[in-house]
Design a protein around this ligand. Structure first.
Ligand code: AMP
Ligand code: GLY
Length: 421
């Protein structure tokens, strides 16, 4: 089979490495891929949001199956274009991808179908939102841009002044462009966060092993929010009992709700959950695999990924028995110094012996056989082990074998999870 994977980060590298385990995956193209993916697939210089070019490439190269991994092309309708051209895809169509593409949509969906989430109000005008913040005395207040904002559209305002500033910056200064035409203001919740990715074909939903992301840039969960500085799986807070409850109160109701709306979701549905004292609540939905969650979840998957993707596309997920290893995994993200603010690119990367740990590439490029940094998050150094502490120790050992100028990484990935045990 000729397979095409749209995207070029650590998540796509993990997907491609897993797909390669199936001998039927004879040829894999990555659009656009990156310097490390180039060792596992043929990289093609088409950007992940150039959806017409992606479709044309797939048709010209007689692609048998496509995987659209990032949020932007999904929300833009990449799967609709490919399927219309006769290319079978893994990933939701545009009508279902709105579950991530619009927070107003997802919040209203949860309210309509009684899916537990933070209380909220939607605002279409800045003056109304400002008036609401002026008269409220419940702080912190969570202010969210409606649309995609590279993971930066959520502001936790500690005070009234911060909330007013956040509303002005999103709705008036358009800090996130059109994404800020509408906003959601919601109740601040507390509790451990869990990422649960799930395969679904709109009939069956199969949660994968749970994960814990580490979103802040610095140790001790300090510093700015990032795309994710590291992950572990499984997440020790997510017990079998909580999983049963989430299945009943959140996962199945979400699948049914999307069906009822005529927006059947087929692909990977990502539940960002908070385990509050009142029970699990949905913080956000994503219409795709998480990054860097995928880098710890897929190494623990025992069932063939390509077979799962095809079964989801064909509505046969219920026929499969999907199994995960009982091991643990840890991914430490190595980022460019200064990330998530300004940073320099083009630093040469040196990869030594990582003793069996896998280095997934995110922001790297290959030039004359040498690797250079080309983005904020550069590498995800990932190890598995029989216990979480073994996985964490192996991942950090491997980090020592990797270097580039200015490399920044957290030293405490997995610490909180180990303390929770
Ligand atoms: P999101 O982009 O929706 O994942 O939000 C980014 C981060 O903001 C989440 O991972 C949470 O840590 C935090 N967050 C979002 N919504 C809330 C909320 N209602 N209460 C507390 N924290 C939140
Ligand atoms: N790591 C969170 C996300 O992929 O959105």
């Amino acid at each position: 089979m000729k397979i095409m994977v749209v995207g070029g980060g650590g998540r796509e590298h993990a997907i491609i490495k897993k797909l390669r385990e199936n001998p039927k995956a004879e040829k894999i193209y990555a659009l656009p891929g990156n310097g490390g993916i180039a060792s596992d697939a043929e990289c093609v210089g088409i950007g992940a949001t150039e959806i017409e070019k992606i479709r044309d490439f797939a048709v010209e190269n007689k692609i048998d199956f496509a995987v659209v991994a990032p949020d932007d092309p999904l929300v833009l309708g990449c799967v609709d274009l490919l399927e219309a051209a006769g290319i079978p895809c893994f990933g939701p169509d545009r009508s279902a991808a709105i579950i991530e593409g619009s927070k107003v949509f997802s919040k209203n969906l949860m309210r309509k179908y009684g899916i537990p989430t933070a209380d909220y109000n939607v605002f279409e005008s800045a003056s109304e939102a400002l008036r609401f913040a002026e008269s409220s005395d419940s702080f912190p207040m969570v202010v969210k841009a409606d649309g995609l904002a590279l993971g930066k559209g959520v502001i936790i305002a500690e005070s009234r002044d911060e909330a007013l500033g956040a509303i002005r910056s999103i709705m008036l200064d358009k800090a996130f462009g059109e994404s800020g035409n509408r906003i959601v203001i919601e109740e601040f919740l507390t509790g451990p966060e869990v990422s649960v990715l799930a395969f679904t074909d709109g009939k069956t939903i199969v949660p994968m092993v749970s994960a814990m992301d580490h979103k802040r840039a610095l140790d001790g969960d300090r510093g700015l929010n990032t795309g994710g500085m590291g992950t572990v799986a499984p997440n020790p807070y997510y017990t079998g009992e909580i999983n049963r409850r989430c299945m009943e109160e959140i996962f199945l109701p979400t699948v049914k709700a999307m069906n009822s709306e005529g927006r059947t979701f087929r692909g990977c549905l990502f539940f960002g959950l908070m385990l509050t004292p009142k029970g699990p609540r949905v913080i956000e939905y994503n219409c795709r695999f998480g990054d860097p969650e995928t880098q710890v979840v897929l190494p623990l998957l025992k069932t063939d990924l390509l077979e799962i993707f095809i079964a989801v596309r064909e509505g046969r997920l219920g026929e499969l028995n999907i199994e995960f290893s009982r091991d643990s995994a840890c991914c430490v993200v190595m980022a460019s110094g200064g990330y998530p603010q300004s940073y320099e690119k083009g630093k040469e990367i040196f990869l030594g012996d990582t003793n069996g740990a896998v280095v997934y590439h995110a922001g790297t490029r290959l030039e004359n056989g040498r690797l250079y940094t080309s983005g904020g998050r550069v590498l995800g150094v990932t190890a598995t082990g029989a216990t979480l502490s073994a996985a964490v120790a192996r991942a950090y050992d491997a980090v020592k074998a990797v270097s580039f100028e200015g490399a920044h990484y957290r030293r405490d990935i997995g610490k909180r999870a180990l303390e929770a045990k």
